[in-house]
Ligand binder design. Structure first.
Ligand code: ADP
Ligand code: MG
Length: 565
């Protein structure tokens, strides 16, 4: 009889995929293996785009930056123990940078792990993840998969975004349950990142400070870029006339050639500003903790979604806790017409310094020495990229990062992706791949030091396999910082192979390789590669003696009695 028909069944794999799809997850970045291979297969079969990497850190970095670009948690999929740990580097980096990301990892048999019986890839992953993430959860029963995924996604993206770890043991993935009952365990998140409004008196306090400032300054950080309140940021800046400095990943939030940008008079702006409004920017090491180089009497206003960020370095005179869009709405609503207006004398002082510095820089950019220096190669990159202002720029390395940041203007929001809050090396190919996946066809140019490239270089195979429009440009000076150091016999600690032909690596995978020894060759190669739209790599041969130790942050190297510096 019909009533005796076997019940339709589902399993952990299907419930994970169904829960992700129900919550709008379109892409998963990962590396397969026991116990998640079938999970990746099923995800792809069910219409989720799966991008398979060569190393979990890179998959994780891709997920993290996808989260930054889309305001939806990027998903990284990893195998147990070692794969999980590789991914954890990226998850910790995502947390540090406030990018929403969920690392879903398979894990080994709980009863064996917990009694330390020595299972295949045995590790207590939940405990291991805990210190590095915003939250870590484990699903122990198949009927909790929907709840676990909902919880992980909401935690990653609400409030201050960050990295979340979700542990799913192999046995749970393989568990079977009634299909209809299983469907009943899933849910779609309602309002996963709710708006947060500041109290009116907090808004008025900030307006009061700005209205009475003689030398107001706005610092735009990558939290402001993440918020995607681009028009409101622009309206606030333009209606008040306040000069602003963009942090590196906030470049392009307003176009870098905006008349109120004082990026080129940064030192003077920090030294003299009397009221500073931080918008999605932390007063951390990247801003010298508000100390070295700052006006000691400056008063700070801070817009941040994280209440406990306030006073982390300097006293905050007017905390504005909330999401940037809501806070800017409130500021606009409560400001009387003309109440906030940056004094002309201050704007002119900064503009004059800016003009001086731009002229100095133009002189340096004009020089065209041979062998090629960082500046010459990066100017060539800039000239091509400025013709394609929708280009995504990924940037890491020491000198490569410092110089490219200053030389290459950005004209669109969220187009510059770099080493971020940790100043980390190794994000290059992961960020580039996710940018290509999320960008809808815009070119991606990854500008890499030769050392930085090495951390993720194998992913050029991934780039070629998926035919992504990523062009990797390597500043090859044959070393970490520089390539000409000699200490006794054998390569010095900072030395890499200056004769390396990175261009031939990509040819092995069917991409196009270029070798450039002059800026003109860089220009030609990059123009051609962007027009072709396919995977390419340009190895720029830079003078091995070019480059300074640790770039702009050499002061962070401790100095002992043995160091000659
Ligand atoms: P940068 O390195 O560019 O200075 P940080 O990463 O230090 O930027 O700071 C970004 C800040 O933005 C973090 O403190 C984070 O809490 C905050 N933030 C992120 N998203 C939002 C948002 N939607 N609204 C308000 N603040 C946000
Ligand atoms: Mg180098």
């Amino acid at each position: 009889a019909a009533t005796d028909a076997p019940a339709e069944l589902t399993d952990g794999y299907h419930l994970v995929v169904d829960a992700l799809k129900m919550n709008g997850v379109e892409t998963v970045y990962g590396v397969v293996g026991i116990p998640v291979t079938d999970l990746a297969r099923l995800a792809q079969a069910e219409g989720i785009r799966y991008i398979g990497f060569r190393h979990e850190s890179n998959a994780g970095h891709a997920a993290a930056i996808a989260g930054y670009l889309t305001q939806k948690p990027g998903i990284a999929l990893t195998v147990s123990a070692p794969g999980f740990l590789n991914g954890l580097v990226a998850l910790a980096n995502a947390t540090t940078n406030c990018f929403p990301m969920v690392q879903i990892s398979g894990s080994s048999e709980r009863h064996l792990v917990d009694l330390k019986q020595g299972d295949y890839e045995e590790m207590d992953q939940l405990a291991a993840a805990q210190p590095f993430v915003k939250a870590a959860y484990r699903v122990s029963r198949v009927e909790d998969i929907g709840r676990g995924i909902a919880r992980a996604l909401r935690t990653a993206v609400s409030g201050r975004p960050g990295g979340v770890y979700l542990d799913i043991p192999a046995a749970v993935l393989g568990s079977v349950m009634d299909k209809e009952a299983g469907a009943g365990t899933l849910s779609r998140l309602v309002d996963p990142a709710p708006r947060q409004l500041p109290a009116p008196e907090a808004v008025d306090r900030a307006i009061d400070l700005l209205a009475n400032a003689e030398r107001p300054l706005v610092v735009l950080g990558k939290g402001a870029a993440y918020a995607q309140a681009d028009d409101k940021v622009r309206t606030f800046i333009e209606s008040t006339g306040i000069p602003y400095v963009p942090m590196s990943m906030a470049k392009g939030l307003l176009p870098d050639d905006h008349p109120q940008s004082v990026a080129t008079a940064r030192s003077l702006a920090l030294k003299k500003a009397d009221v500073v409004m931080l918008v999605g920017a932390r007063l951390n090491w990247l801003l010298n903790h508000g100390e070295r180089g700052w006006n000691p009497d400056a008063k700070f206003i801070q817009i941040d979604i994280e209440a406990k960020e306030m006073d982390s370095n300097q006293p905050i005179s007017a905390p504005l806790v909330g999401d940037i869009e809501s806070v800017l709405d409130q500021l606009a609503d409560r400001t009387k017409p003309g109440q906030i207006a940056a004094p002309a004398a201050w704007r002119e002082e900064l503009a004059a310094r800016s003009a001086q510095n731009v002229a100095k820089m133009a002189k340096r950019l004009e020089a065209d020495p041979h062998p090629m220096q960082f500046m010459g190669a990066l100017k060539a990159v800039r000239d091509v990229v400025h013709q394609h202002p929708d280009t995504y720029i990924v940037n890491e390395g020491a000198n490569t990062l410092d110089i490219a940041r200053n030389v290459i203007d950005m004209h669109h929001p969220r187009r510059r992706l770099d080493s971020g809050t940790w100043g980390v090396m190794g994000i290059g190919m992961g960020y580039a791949i996710a940018a290509a996946v999320e960008s809808g066809g815009a070119p991606v140019v990854a500008i890499e030091g030769d050392s930085a490239f090495g951390f993720s270089g194998m992913e050029i195979e991934t780039i070629c396999r998926y035919h992504l429009p990523v062009i990797t440009v390597i500043m090859n000076n044959g070393g970490v910082y520089r390539g000409d150091e000699v200490i006794g016999e054998g390569p010095a600690p900072t030395t890499l192979m200056s004769a390396a032909r990175h261009d031939r690596m990509i040819e092995a995978f069917g991409g196009t390789g270029y070798r450039a020894t002059t800026p003109a060759e860089v220009t030609a190669a990059l123009s051609e590669a962007i027009a072709a739209g396919g995977p390419a790599l340009i190895d720029c041969v830079i003078d091995p003696s070019a480059g300074t130790e640790s770039g702009h942050i050499a002061h962070l190297n401790p100095k002992g009695i043995t160091a000659g510096n």
